[in-house]
Every structure is written in C-alpha cells, then in structure tokens.
Design a protein around this ligand. Sequence first.
Ligand SMILES: Cc1ncc(COP(=O)(O)O)c(C=O)c1O
Length: 262
Amino acid sequence: MSDLASVDGELLPVAEARIPVTDEGLLRGDGVFEVLRVYGGRPYALPDHIARMERSAANLRLPLDPEAVLADAVALLDAAAPGDALLRLVVTRGGHRLALLEPLPEHTAGLRLGTVTYAPTRVLDGIKSLSYAGNMLATRLAQERGFDEALLVTPHGRVLEAPTSTFFWAREGRLLTPPLEEHILASITRIRLMEVADVEEASCTADDLATAEEAFLASTAREVQSVTVIDDRELPGVRPLTLAAADGFRERVEAELAAGAG
Ligand SMILES: Cc1ncc(COP(=O)(O)O)c(C=O)c1O
C-alpha cells in the first residue's frame, strides 16, 4: 500500500499529512466523509459517493467543492496506484480536504451480530458526518460481549442497520431491508442490491430477528456478508438469497467497472 495521502489537493506521505488542531472537524466531529472501494486501482461508484457527500455537506451547512474533492481522489489514485483498497474522503468544518488510502479490512466469513440499543440523532438525517463515535462504540460494545459486530436497534425495538453497514434479512423466502425512513444511511451498496435482487423495504422487529431465515450485512467495505448468529440465535445454514445477492452485486460491480463507470 502506497503511503501517499492528499491534504487540500497536495500529495504527501501520510505521516506528514496534517490539519490544524483547531479544526472543528476534529474538535466537534463537524464535517463529512465518504469511504469508497478501489478495485484494482479503480474507484467504484465514485460519482455516487461525491453526490452523497455533496448532499451531506448541504444538509450540514458545510461549504464543499465537489470538483476539488473529485480531483483530489483522482490525483491520489493516479499517484498511488493502490490495487484493492478503500479510499476515504473527508471535508472538515475548518475547510480542509483529506483523501486517504486504507487497506481492505479483514472480515470473518460468517458474522455474529449482537444487538445494541441505539437512537439515531434525527438532526443528522441524510448526513454522513464525522460524528461517528456512537457507531464505533456500538461495535466495541458488541465485541465486548463476544460478537463480531453490532446490530443497532431502537429503544422501541426497531432494527436499523449496523454501525457501518445495511441490514438485510429474509422472511418467507423474501429479501427485506429497513426503509430509509427509519433514519438509516442511504447506502450506495443498498441501492445497487435493490437493483440486482428482489428486495422489499419493511420495518424489522425483534420477532423478525427471531424467525429470520437468512440475514446479511452490506456495505462498500463488506460487499455482502452473511450473518450466522444474532444474539443467542443461530440462523439456518442454507442461505440461497444471500448467495444470490452476493453474486448479483459482484456481477454488477464487474459490469460497471468494465463499462468504465467509476
Ligand atoms: C451507518 C451506515 N450504514 C450503512 C453504510 C453502508 O453504506 P455504503 O453502502 O454506501 O458503503 C455505511 C457505510 O459506511 C454506514 O456508515
């Protein structure tokens, strides 16, 4: 992995990449970010991520220059040729733009999810903000209990999403996912999956978790990852809808990359 990063359009070694300590992006988590997937050095769904970042910034009343963010991303990828990686784009309240490369996280084959009570901050609806401490804590709380990842559930028992991924489950042979009205992120992987697989939006309750025939998490970093355990329940071992969704998503990525979209 190259050690290059970009700060305000300047390429430099990541160890020398700096923003002022007074930046409210750091002090208050006031800023926006995106993480996108790089396949063989090529960004996937880059226009979608820039568009979501623009929407996040508009909702947060944060000045953002999408062309500069795009140019930073392209220049970093050209210079670093990272192969398979994640690309993180950040714009802070202090007016700084960061582009960073990260190795792909290692993921376990079957995810064990522990539910964690979580109430989304309504005023941050439609904003992928830097205020992610609650999401990161939820993962740690689940891991303290021996799980791989958290499944966020409201105090009223509605299942939302995972801290950095969307939740899908199967009921009576149908694939379902919570609607965006539940104050979850408009995931780009979720949109793609709804185009390649037969998915319905439906609220998910504790009863649904108790009877789910299959479940998986989906995100830029995970793609589609099968869930094997939710709290004290082991899910059935046969997962045809999960496998079909994973294959459909993979084919879609390959088709988009082959068509030069990115
Ligand atoms: C809260 C949350 N939900 C879902 C996702 C998945 O979104 P995407 O498919 O755009 O990566 C993310 C991604 O980081 C997230 O932070």
